[in-house]
Design a protein around this ligand. Sequence first.
Ligand code: DX5
Ligand code: ZN
Length: 241
Amino acid sequence: MTASFFEETGIRISPSLMCADQANLAGEVENLEAIGADMIHLDIMDAHFAPNMPMGLGALSDLRGRTSLPFDVHLMVEDNDWFISQLAEIGVQQVAVHAESARHLDRTLGLIRDTGSLAGVALNPATPLDILEHVLGRLDFVLLMTVNPGFAGQKLVPSAFEKIAACRDFLAARDAVVPVSVDGNVSFENIPPMVGAGAGILVAGTSSIYNSGGDIDENRQKTVAAIAEGVALAAEGAGDS
Ligand code: DX5
Ligand code: ZN
């Protein structure tokens, strides 16, 4: 049995299933179990908040019966509360809603927790961290978008590393012990500085686990090596302070 990424590195990997073969999702989920993925990142878009619609609730519901891996759902939708009620029926472990679409963010985070899932706030690259200030009591994780939401295969936004470090510091200054997840161009090259800046969950797409330059086992090895570099950077940074 393969160790999970978390057991091996202390950092969690959440492969993004929208980057897998959509005609073979059950097989793709088996592959993720085999490489020790810690959870599965599921992007739900309504083609309004983000201009795409890669996966539907029907697929999630059918996949729920095929795996015990935690479902890490990233909602990129306008009507968060309706999707949360649907996800509650499917049974998922964590749900992130975008601060930009949640009109009543505090209430929506409470709704997620009421369903028994962990509640996260996702922030677009341009959204300031301050929006987290008054919801820290209802927050289980932060999801920082390091590309603009909607599509795989994009380039990192320039402010990404700085924002991850700023988020780590923002949370630490408020004694908020919640992981920072990063999503978008989490590549072999970008993983070390992302982990060094404080990322604890890596959403892995075409830049790493689904990289076309290797098979999934080779990509796993390269991802673990990149995380180890990042952990060393983080330790150096902690030593400096
Ligand atoms: C969006 C998705 C994808 C994923 C793709 O929320 O979760 O963007 O990050 O990974 P890359 O950017 O590596 O193709
Ligand atoms: Zn995502």
